[in-house]
Design a protein around this ligand. Sequence first.
Ligand code: SF4
Length: 354
Amino acid sequence: MKTKTDSYKLNNLCRGCKLCLKGQKLVLFVGGKCSRNCWYCSLSEGRKNSPQMWANEKPCETNQDIIQEAIDSNATGAGITGGDPLVYLDKTTSAAKALKIKFGKKFHIHIYLPLPLVDKTKLEKLASYIDEIRFHPSFLINPDESLMQEEIEKIKLASQIFGKQNTGIELPLLPEKKKEIIEFIKQIEPYISFVNLNEFELSDTNFDIITKDYTLNEDTYTIHGSIEAGKEILKKFKSTDLNIHLCTAKTKNHHQYHNRLLLHNILPYGVRTEEATVVYFTIIPKDMKETIQKLKQYTKHFHIDSRHNRILLKESEVQKLYNTKEFEINLCEEHPTYDAEKTSFWKITEEDFN
Ligand code: SF4
């Protein structure tokens, strides 16, 4: 069945996916080292193998940095990813514990894990603070039968520790691997309650292989046949109670990310747009103190944004301040996220008031 968010589902969505689609999940990237080296990995060059932690778009050094981003983004849960979070087990459990202490038990935390480093001790450690676990099995890159059975045993163990309802798998939808994906799901079905299938997409780091071996859709970044393969997988399991979610690129970019932007706090005097960006009227001072002194002669409605070294103005004051000819005022449209990615920026002129 097609969902309102352009994805497809069989039965229900797991809790992690439900919150993610509403934009309520903080994405916590604990570090880029991984126990595997999948050719299709979508990590950017900047993140691959990097020890830097990120909470959404914010580089983080401490748990307090992560908590602050959760507050700023109004998150009600977090999804922990990497690399392999088990390479960073202490950092991972410490961050998850800090989030649970700060926001309470209801703050839902899910984690994505490749399987090489998984063992009972690590799973038990994670289970103290993490609610939902989703594994990325190796069979797409290594069809070795004994490795597959070993990984199935690990997932079975996780299911005993986390509960079947909180255990699942997550896979990129490589269209030519449809049969293998179906066979794997059949084997793992007794131990999991959900499967998340991601539409296969082009990224900086898999560009060469994909452009050589696959056909792209008209949008030039999704892979032809990926959604169709996913729909056929959904059909195969329609008489089971397995929850399968086929998450499309459109779902991620147009709904999940858009919803996350809408929830993110904005700075004073910002005006939200329909695209979920924010418009600010700004002065970028050469000398902050001097500009503030001058500004105070005309208005008390302004906000000093020290992090970006700028002053934000109230929209209704802009024309008055412009008319003084004392200030250079800009219109800046940007994402409300920590990196404040700009979508447009221009200096206000007479024409803007006509
Ligand atoms: S397991 Fe995930 S993060 Fe690691 S290489 Fe594979 S796709 Fe990338």
